[in-house]
Design a binder for this molecule. Structure first.
Ligand code: NAG
Ligand code: NAG
Ligand code: NAG
Ligand code: NAG
Ligand code: NAG
Length: 595
């Protein structure tokens, strides 16, 4: 018995303190100060549905299976901390908490990636300025707040710095201009203000600069033209002013230039054709004037050209018809173009996206020679009158079509929609004929959006089968009659249902309450009767509702959000009552009505 105890004891001692077999072969255990620093991080994360941190247990942060932690095998010091979730839509997978300053004690750290955690809030700790061996600091898609610490400029080896997708405010600290080795700088999708720091002129090794989706102001600095290795420049969705500096046109490695949604003015520089590597040029939603420069035709790698929403003038340069051999997507919408017809070179090209909205196009819809290549088309806000019935005939790849706000006069029964179409917007034309010819059991399962509002379409809403995946059905402002079929509940994915301004009668089917994804419901200005069914209370996603101007009666469903919508939601009906309207007379209005 005693011997057995002794053996057990020895076993325990050995397992807690494994004998050092040889200094060379044994992997060194985690350096204690590093383990403490990591546990300091773990302690400030009070919710972790990624399950990463549950692996951070035991003494050995190097060999002990700590997910995302990597050590130098010689020294046992932590050199990489990589905690990465893809920026997916699954909002339930996250870490909640703050970034512990203790991470600043990982003095040997070379790479820190903490990204996609969605709910790591609070400031970027000043202590990170002690991580002087860092070459990569990536803190994307968390919820970090406050200013960017100026002390991050003390990380001399940094090559990649990304703080994109957080809630950072204030100006970009000029000290970041000290980071001379920086190749990738990305602080997109924050709320930064103020201008480009002048010190950025030092960042000549930059290959990628993304400051898009902030509120940056000031002009585009001339010195950007010195960044000879720049391949990716994204400054879209800011408040930048002034002109495009001509120096930018010397960036011969530049592959993407995105300056959309700013307040840039002046002409597109005639030297733009020098950007020989350019594949994406987005200058949309600025105030660029003048004509498109001829040299643009030299951009032989360009596949995506977006010049929409500027003040550009006719005529398009002749050179384009022979140039731009790689072009796949063109958007010239909403400028000051008066094109009349779709230019022949656009009709004859093999293109996948053609957006020519608001280009003063007239007459018959165009014939595209390579119509099988088109996947997305926008010809809305023009003056087309004819040609809708055959228009889609050979568009076998078409997914999205927008030809709203024209003067198309046609029977909808004559329109053949391509099978793969996911979105069709024909609102504000003069289309007529029965609704059931575009919305029926044979409607493609791929179709998610139908907007035929503001036409002359008649007939009733047909019975619907469950093999439809519609998310948006907008048939408002037509001449639709009949009832809402109870089979409407088959459209289980419906998010937006607008039948307002028609002549639809009958009651609101109880089944409507089965559309649990519904966010927008507009039944206003019809001749609906009866009660608003209480079943609608089950739709938690509802944000906007209108029952205005029908002949509804009885108690409004007494629960959120129905009892807190503004009274106008229910105005001009026969006898609706209950909150937000005055209380119903009598204790049980429903029964009283039935009598
Ligand atoms: C950096 O590290 C030193 C030494 O460990 C420490 O004294 C100092 O407070 C740290 N700096 C920051 C900003 O945490
Ligand atoms: C650009 O890249 C080249 C080759 O990778 C490199 O030699 C050079 O130092 C970089 N920086 C500048 C400013 O050219
Ligand atoms: C052009 O840019 C605008 C604004 O960002 C966008 O809505 C549009 O879809 C783009 N056009 C194409 C063809 O991608
Ligand atoms: C479009 O092409 C078809 C056949 O190629 C032709 O019959 C028709 O007239 C053309 N329409 C227009 C508007 O050019
Ligand atoms: C369409 O679906 C409705 C309801 O499911 C059904 O009554 C009708 O027979 C179907 N029509 C066709 C043509 O399949």
């Amino acid at each position: 018995m005693q011997i057995l105890m002794w053996v057990l004891e020895l076993f325990l001692v050995l397992s807690l303190h494994p004998p050092i077999l040889s200094a060379e072969t044994a992997p060194p255990a985690c350096f204690e100060a590093d383990r403490v620093a990591l546990l300091g991080f773990k302690a400030r994360i009070f919710k972790d549905t990624t399950d990463i941190l549950s692996s951070w247990i035991g003494k050995d942060c190097c060999g002990g299976g700590w997910e995302g932690v990597e050590c130098d095998p010689q020294t046992g010091r932590v050199i990489r901390l990589i905690l990465q979730r893809p920026a997916d839509k699954d909002l339930s997978i996250l870490m909640k908490g703050t970034l512990s300053p203790s991470l600043g004690n990982l003095h040997f750290l070379e790479v820190m990636v903490i990204s996609g955690m969605k709910r790591i809030a609070g400031p970027i700790p000043e202590s990170f300025s002690n991580l002087t061996r860092l070459t990569q600091l990536i803190l994307e898609d968390n919820f970090l707040q406050g200013d960017i610490p100026a002390s991050l400029g003390h990380l001399p080896l940094l090559q990649t710095l990304s703080l994109s997708g957080n809630h950072l405010t204030g100006q970009i600290p000029p000290t970041l201009g000290n980071l001379r080795n920086l190749q990738q700088l990305s602080i997109a999708r924050n709320s930064l203000t103020g201008p480009f720091p002048n010190s950025f002129k030092n960042l000549i090794n930059l290959q990628s600069l993304d400051l898009g989706d902030n509120a940056l102001s000031g002009t585009l600095p001339e010195f950007l033209g010195q960044f000879r290795n720049l391949t990716y420049l994204v400054l879209s969705n800011n408040q930048l002013t002034g002109q495009i500096p001509i120096s930018l046109c010397s960036l011969i490695k530049l592959a993407e230039l995105s300056l959309g949604h700013n307040r840039l003015v002046g002409k597109i520089p005639s030297q733009i054709g020098n950007l020989e590597s350019l594949t994406i040029l987005s200058l949309d939603s600025n105030q660029f004037t003048g004509q498109i420069p001829e040299s643009i035709a030299q951009l032989h790698n360009l596949w995506n050209l977006n010049l929409s929403r500027n003040v550009l003038l006719d005529s398009l340069p002749n050179t384009i018809s022979q140039g731009l051999p790689s072009l796949l997507s063109i958007d010239l919408s909403y400028n000051n173009f008066n094109l009349g017809t779709v230019p022949q070179w656009i009709r004859n090209r093999e293109l996948s996206s053609v957006y020519l909205a608001g280009c003063k196009l007239r007459g018959t819809l165009p014939n595209f020679t390579r119509s099988d290549s088109l996947s997305s088309i926008d010809l809305s806000d023009n003056y087309f009158t004819d040609g809708i019935s055959n228009f889609f005939a050979k568009m076998t790849s078409l997914q999205q079509a927008k030809i709203s706000n024209n003067q198309l006069k046609s029977d909808v029964s004559a329109i053949r929609l391509p099978d793969g179409l996911s979105s069709i917007d024909l609102h504000s034309n003069q289309l007529y004929g029965p609704l059931s010819s575009i919305l029926n059991n044979k409607t493609s399962k791929f179709l998610e959006v139908i907007d035929v509002s503001n036409n002359q379409i008649s007939g009733s809403i047909p019975e619907l089968s469950s093999n439809l995946d519609l998310k948006v059905l907008n048939i408002a402002s037509n001449k639709i009659t009949g009832h809402i079929p109870s089979s409407i509940s088959n459209l289980a994915k419906l998010e937006r249902f607008d039948i307002s301004r028609n002549q639809i009668e009958g009651t609101i089917p109880t089944n409507l309450g089965l559309l649990l994804k519904l966010q927008w419901l507009d039944l206003s200005i019809n001749i609906l009767t009866g009660k608003i069914p209480d079943s609608l209370l089950g739709i938690e996603a509802l944000r906007h509702v209108s029952f205005r101007a029908n002949r509804l009666c009885g108690e409004i469903p007494q629960g959120r959000p129905f009892n807190i919508f503004p009274p106008v939601t229910y105005a001009h009906n026969l006898c609706l009552c209950g909150r937000p309207l005055p209380p119903c007379k009598g204790k049980n209005p429903e029964k009283m009505m039935g009598q």
